[in-house]
Write a protein that binds this ligand. Structure first.
Ligand code: MN
Length: 447
């Protein structure tokens, strides 16, 4: 596991002035990786980049310019293409070597500044793409607070399912519909049970967001070969924000006995920048404190280091921007403020559990943390919690109300890791605007 080193030094400043602005998501201590092309360029020109202030360092151009040598060059080449999977496959030592060199190239006083400066692209002129080819996407359910709020309605006698404190619950979700921030989300059509007992098919009437962190898998494991919890972090490459869009009416009807299907596969949005495990080292936090009465994790899910520092102290926020706010120039309304330390299971436990039956994880696979709700009202991290499943409308600052998401509503996630003695780092944004459901396609015999 990489530990603190010179790249985390809070005194470091960049010659890219916007990276030194207080409040920036992308100071030189962050250096997240993504895939981009300039607006107007063909998608085939997609290449790896590093966020620094309001600029992107073009990694393909930096490799061509001969700015890397040794292990850092191998890593930069692996990150320079149209997807970060080759770098993810190399493991976190490669990402660390790349980070060390990038930090040296971008710090104030770097002798290479004149060579590097022409390779910067303003973020405003770039289009961000998915950072990796995502072969598989698994979504977890690991906040007791989120699970209990839902459970109190459906299983009031035992709001937490009996397995919840024994294993990190998950389902296999859909990789093909993971989309990058900014792409519109079409309201799904689907089947559901109405309160009068009739079954309908049509546009979802209970569309929701879920505020989560996403984890990109590094090297992964061969099928049939589990990985010990101690080594799970070697397979945890980096993190993004993840919106697990959820059609609650479809979900309620379809999920028994096999779990969510079309209610979740409609689309998942992620932020485009992958904040590496290295960048988050200063923000580690202890695992969730288990109550005396809670079961101890089974040995395969228990590790001293993981208990000591398996979570991350990351503030996470969700905002809602309605069409009326947009028209009137009002700012997005914050509806959720939570922290990743609310999660009952760590990502290392999720990864270990995922591999424990011999299932193989591969570079670029995506894991969702589960909705990151906390104990307080303001930390409710989806509409279903905020509105008691649509029964108590949420009132926004301008007087508008919402039971669920409406067409034209935009959901915006932001997150920051902060700790005394370190420079805060951010994740950038994860945005998605709801587009109306498509008209049902015509059949062969329709007039
Ligand atoms: Mn979810």
């Amino acid at each position: 596991m990489a530990r603190l080193n010179g790249t985390h030094d809070p005194a470091l400043r960049s010659w890219v002035e916007s990276a030194n602005t207080p409040g920036t998501d992308f100071p030189i201590q962050n250096l997240p990786l993504g895939v981009f092309h300039r607006r107007g360029e063909a998608a085939e020109r997609a290449r790896g980049g590093v966020a620094i202030g309001d600029r992107i360092l073009d990694l393909a151009a930096a490799v061509t310019a001969g700015l890397f040598a040794g292990p850092a060059e191998a890593a930069a080449r692996a990150a320079a293409g149209p997807a970060l999977n080759p770098l993810m496959a190399m493991g976190n030592a490669a990402a660390s070597a790349l980070r060390a060199r990038l930090s040296a190239l971008l710090r104030a006083g770097a002798p290479e500044r004149a060579q590097v400066e022409p390779l910067l692209v303003p973020m405003a002129e770039a289009e961000m793409l998915l950072p990796a080819t995502i072969g598989a996407f698994t979504d977890f359910l690991t906040s007791t607070y989120h699970t209990e709020r839902g459970g109190r309605r459906t299983r009031p006698e035992s709001p937490l399912p009996p397995n919840f404190k024994h294993l990190p619950v998950a389902y296999n979700s859909r990789a093909s519909s993971v989309r990058v921030s900014g792409e519109a989300i079409r309201r799904p059509n689907g089947q559901r049970l109405r309160p009068d007992g009739t079954v309908h098919f049509g546009p979802c009437e209970a569309l929701d967001f879920e505020l989560e962190l996403g984890l990109f898998i590094g090297p992964g494991n061969p099928v049939g070969e589990p990985v010990h919890l101690d080594f799970a972090p070697d397979h945890m490459f980096g993190y993004c924000l993840l919106n697990d869009w959820s059609a609650r009416d479809i979900q309620r009807w379809e999920s028994h006995p096999l779990g969510p299907f079309l209610s979740k596969s409609l689309s998942t949005s992620i932020s485009p920048w992958v904040v590496t495990a290295d960048a988050l080292e200063p923000f580690r936090a202890p695992a969730f404190p288990r109550a005396e009465s809670d079961p101890k994790p089974l040995p395969y899910l228990h590790g001293e280091a993981d208990q000591r520092e398996g979570l991350m102290d990351i503030r996470m926020e969700a905002f809602l921007l309605t069409p009326r706010m947009r028209e009137r120039g009002e700012p997005p309304a914050r509806v959720t403020a939570t922290n990743f330390t609310n999660m009952y299971w760590t990502f290392a436990q999720m990864v270990t559990h995922h591999m424990s039956n011999g299932c193989n994880l591969r570079p670029g696979d995506l894991l969702g943390s589960g909705t990151a709700s906390g104990p307080t009202d303001e930390s409710r991290a989806c509409m279903s919690e905020l509105t008691e499943a649509g029964t108590q409308p949420l009132t926004l600052p301008n007087g508008e109300t919402r039971r669920w998401l409406e067409d034209g509503d935009e959901v915006i996630f932001r997150a920051r890791a902060e700790r005394d003695g370190f420079v805060p780092i951010g994740f950038g944004e994860c945005r998605g605007r709801i587009a109306p459901a498509p008209a049902w396609p015509r059949g062969r015999n329709d007039a």
